[in-house]
Design a protein around this ligand. Sequence first.
Ligand code: DHE
Length: 550
Amino acid sequence: MREFLIALMLVIAFMAGGTQAIAEEAKVESEVASETELVLTPEEFESSRQVYFDRCAGCHGVLRKGATGPDLTPGKMKPKGNKKLRDMLWYGTAKGMPGWGKMGVMTAGETDLMVKYIQNEPPIPPQWDMKNVRGSWKLLVKPEDRPTKPEHNRDIDNMFAVILRDVGKVAIIDGDTKEVISTVDSGYAVHIVRMSMSGRYVYSIGRDGKCTMIDLWMKKPDTVAEVRCSLDARSVDVSKFKGYEDKYAVVGGYWPPQFVILDGATLEPLKIVSTLSYTYDTEEFHPEPRVASIVASHFAPEWVLCIKETGQVWLVDYSDVHNPSIKMIEAERFLHDGGWDSTKRYFLVAANARNKISIIDAKEKRLVANVDTEGIKPHPGRGANWIDPEFGPVWATGHIGDDVISIIGTDPVNHPDNAFKMVAKVQALSSGNLFIKTHPKSKWVWVDHPLAKKAKNRTTLGIFDKNNIKGGIYKTLKVADYGKAVHLEYNKAGDEIWVSIWGNLGDADKGKAGEIVVIDDATLTIKTRIKNLLTPTGKFNVYNTVRDIY
Ligand code: DHE
């Protein structure tokens, strides 16, 4: 019957002269899967759930209601048909979705299962309340049993904590000698670290919500405490306001949508707060408003928490930790990553569904502007700050879905005409950019492209001259012949920039699971390689992270 109807549509289309359009419709219609075709065995469902969690949930949400990526609920997926869904998963999209198959991350079999999985109803993950959080807390070395002074003569300020993503570990590297001093276990697919104000402790956050704390005073830095704050998470930060140094840490959860305040010395959980709320503009209830970036204010005992799906920025006052007051600022959707301007008063965060940067004034505690970047999916990391000869102090972001760098003025006092506006947009090498970086002592702005469509661009960095940004790319530097070159970080002196080569674990025997390439910032040449690291991604210099230098 179905075939007959399709044939009939084609005949009518031919007679009406609209053959192509209706043939296309019929073709898609013929590929819409029947309910029986979508049935997965319990094993297939479980393995697809894990692939979805690892690869897709970050952008589309565990409930699949969409955020950085679109809504993937069955009502939206089924009409697309199997072929279109398979093509999107395999080849990616122009708007920034990676081609998981083409990049060799998903196999053909996994892709076929995922095509079915996203047409099934998403499973609802469990809650994780204070009883669970507290039950997971392990104080491995009590504060009184830790060293009373550093047990080594290394410069802690120039140490780097390097994420070894796919093995769930953090490597501590001496920035002076380039020696890997210690490699410690952390959470699953560990994501970022931040440091305590004193620079002594490193706090890591895993995708499983596990936060660990590493003591850099130990001869061989090791974990002194750990706690699982949620089941899925991406962010962690510490209290930075005067008088609260090293006192608290906070972990932002993706699922359940919540944040947990921890004791800074022990990780003892002190307070849990749900972020369930309403979207800032349409005021609709959202079941999964995830905590994206967190920064610590320098103007008040507050954290700036970006609540992704509701588009709100929450200023959480930690001076009375069990009774925190929260100021909710309407910003834009969907908030993701961001950083301070050079004065650390203005926080600039990507609202990637609307191609905007929301700017929050941490002193006056208000939204200053939502600036259109005129690019698809801004993704700044923490962004890059420098003084432009024409525009004065500026901050910049690249884009996942576009090959442009957008530059925003940040000085309302001496350059009011440029402040909180896009002052320039320059051509980048490629789309698929994730991170941009500079240092006050450097002449350059560096841009990576780990999600570029062309493989050669994934390992090529774009270098821009701060004094002639409008001149476009000054130079490109290819840093590896495998993997993806991702995330840039300066050393303490600001004369070396480090980039990770994120390879495949399966290629460890060929020395291609990853390494860090250290580049001389003055000559723009490769100085050394820290080899045989297992899938390094983010890397964080103690001095620069504590002081928010980028
Ligand atoms: Fe990240 C920062 C979320 C994928 C490496 N990433 C952030 C932040 C958020 C976020 C909310 C800001 C944290 C903060 O400042 O407090 N990241 C997500 C995702 O949801 C996403 C898109 C998909 C996912 O499934 O997780 C995602 N991120 C990645 C990667 O694939 C990267 C390249 C490697 C990895 O970990 O899987 C990656 N994200 C990073 C890094 C930072 C980061 C290195 C910190 C940048 C900095 O300089 O501070």
